[in-house]
Write a protein that binds this ligand. Structure first.
Ligand code: THG
Length: 265
């Protein structure tokens, strides 16, 4: 399971304050904690700072990479902001994200084409957010094919079918899960990823819903997640889920986590 640590996001108050104050130590601490908890990529998002997002993205990338060896997941809908982060990024970044929205697609493709960059492909088009599995599949199919045509390796594509709140429509959870299953079946080599928190929006005990949803998605083949890696129960659940679906040979990872005291949370 590839883990992207979500906590460096300006929608979170302490992060917005640290960015505003240019408090590098505060950002470095959150980067290190996530890396040590098992994050492979550190998501960086300064999206709430209109007009300063690109400048802050650059600062976040430099700051995070001054504290850990982890690559960043550059999180912005604006290709200019992603470019700015990429210009100072060391190693192989993950782009979060491209979509079928025409402007966004055309601006990002030349940046990604022929490189080893990983890219999150959001199932979103100029027609808006998909609701059913079939709507997601149509977008995923077009996106994957276009990206591969444009010289992006299928192994570098992480399709995000987009999680929507079950409080607004009770089918949103299952439509998402079935999309994961079909994408992994129909496009061998591609990855699937998502952020979880939307699924529980508007409901109490959000962690309970997020944790269960993550396990169900793993059962459908999801192999990457944007999460809070400091959530110990979430991390333990994922290790157990991967062992249970046969993605942990000889349960080695499960046993290692047990010996390291990471399961009894
Ligand atoms: N898909 C893609 N990118 C994304 C999302 C997605 N980027 C943004 C978002 N969704 C994922 N990132 C966050 C970041 C912070 C929070 C939720 C999603 C958040 N965190 C809690 C808080 O601040 O209190 C802490 C979570 C916890 O304690 O478990 O709200 O869907 N491609």
């Amino acid at each position: 399971m590839l883990i992207v640590g979500e906590l460096i996001n300006s929608s979170r108050k302490p992060i917005a304050e640290a960015i505003q104050a240019q408090d590098a130590e505060a950002i470095k601490k959150v980067a290190k904690e996530q890396y040590e908890a098992g994050a492979h990529y550190i998501d960086v998002n300064a999206g709430t700072f209109v007009g300063k997002e690109a400048e802050y993205m650059e600062w976040l990338v430099k700051t995070v990479q001054g504290a850990t060896d982890a690559p960043c997941c550059l999180d912005s809908p604006d290709p200019k902001v992603i470019e700015r982060g990429l210009a100072v990024h060391k190693g192989t970044a993950m782009i979060n994200s491209i979509s079928l929205e025409r402007e966004r697609f055309e601006a990002l493709v030349p940046i990604i084409s022929g490189t080893d960059l990983k890219v999150i492909a959001l199932c979103m088009s100029d027609e808006g957010m998909p609701e059913t599995k079939d709507q997601r599949m149509k977008i995923a199919d077009k996106l994957i094919n276009l990206l591969v045509q444009k010289n992006v390796k299928i192994e570098n594509i992480y399709v995000d079918p987009l999680v929507q709140p079950i409080s607004t429509n009770s089918i949103f959870g299952v439509e998402f899960l079935n999309a994961v299953e079909e994408i992994m079946e129909r496009f061998p080599g591609v990855h699937t990823i998502c952020g979880l928190s939307n699924v529980s929006y508007g409901l109490p005990m959000r962690k309970l819903l997020n944790q269960n949803f993550a396990v169900m998605a793993v059962a459908k083949g999801l192999d990457a997640l944007i999460i809070n890696p400091l959530d110990k129960r979430m991390m333990a659940n994922l290790i157990a889920a991967e062992a249970l679906v046969g993605r942990d040979q000889y349960c080695m990872n499960y046993l290692k986590a047990y010996r390291e005291n990471k399961l009894d949370v």
